[in-house]
Unconditional design. Sequence first.
Length: 144
Amino acid sequence: MAVGLTMIAAAAATLVLTGMQDNAIYSRPVDQLLAEKAKFLHRPVRAEGLLVHGSLVKRDLPCEYRFLIEKNGVELPVRFPQCVVPDTFRDVPDTDVGVTVEGELQTDDSFEATNVLAKCPSKYEMQQRKNQGERMPHGPLAAL
């Protein structure tokens, strides 16, 4: 009886772990993601990097954002085909904006994002910049 219960428990654990592996969303910095490109093509993945200053562009028709994120000198062009991004997702001069995008890596080394997450600069950095008379965290957007 103990052997039977052990086999049933092992089978259940195998099913759960196999199911979780198929639905896993990997998270990689941009440089590692592109270095392991074949492993992640057309699979749900998160890419992490910094917004490249001057690359954030918004188009109204069709509504989309395009921008570059980079890590260790490796850049990834991102297309986000939606109208709304987080309030903290702005190109602010002299401030590094950490960005995580969820979506799929394409064969042309671009990224089709379904979600954009922006990391807000630290509250101390924001307070210091506010004391210098700067508005945070919003900055202007370029248009396509």
